[in-house]
Design a protein around this ligand. Structure first.
Ligand SMILES: Cc1cc2nc3c(=O)[nH]c(=O)nc-3n(C[C@H](O)[C@H](O)[C@H](O)COP(=O)(O)O)c2cc1C
Length: 166
């Protein structure tokens, strides 16, 4: 792992399954780049690679769910980290939230968000969502930390070996 990849691993992040969909189709993908960005109104931001199949669905549905994983759920993180060439939701238990977005029965918490804004951020798109609902389903479970996913997402290879000066 490069020095820069190791440096970025010190940013503390969680691991979430983001549910997206429209009237005809639903999907979900693993994401670590999720954070609260406002109290009033309650806003959460998500950084998504626009090349993911999920991004087109997110744009069509204008909403997303955030399913919080526990430290026992590395396998779910890996499952939803795979591309949408298979129906990832077919093998798990889930329901549609009030906005129609997938809520995983095994998640320790849910958020439901309506898309408020988005802007390009380098090779990703920063999507800001207004929180329209949520539920804490397991008060004692410890959330999964991104650091504990190791090399699962192959991100180490995406970091540069030196900082750009410009
Ligand atoms: C631990 C982990 C964290 C990830 N974090 C993000 C993220 O924050 N944003 C993102 O766009 N993709 C992230 N990914 C990659 C997507 O989950 C992955 O590319 C997935 O295949 C996209 O799903 P889709 O093809 O169904 O849209 C992450 C993957 C893993 C395993």
């Amino acid at each position: 792992m490069s020095d820069i990849a190791a440096l970025f691993q010190r940013l503390t992040q969680g691991v979430y399954v983001i549910g997206v969909g429209d009237a005809a189709e639903q999907n979900a993908f693993t994401a670590a780049w999720v954070m609260q960005v406002s109290f009033d109104p309650l806003l959460l931001a998500l950084s998504v690679n626009p090349r993911h199949a999920s991004y087109a669905l997110l744009q069509r549905g204008r909403a997303f769910s955030i399913n919080v994983l526990s430290k026992e759920q590395l396998a779910l993180a890996a499952h939803f980290g795979r591309p949408a060439s298979v129906d990832k939701l077919a093998s798990v238990s889930w329901t549609k939230g009030r906005t129609g977005m997938p809520l995983l029965h095994d998640a320790i918490a849910w958020f439901e968000c309506a898309v408020e804004d988005e802007r390009r951020a380098g090779d990703h798109v920063l999507v800001v969502g207004r929180v329209t609902g949520g539920e804490l389903r397991d008060k004692t479970a410890i959330p999964l930390a991104y650091r504990d996913t190791g090399a699962m997402d192959g991100a180490a290879a995406l970091f540069p070996t030196r900082f750009s000066k410009s």
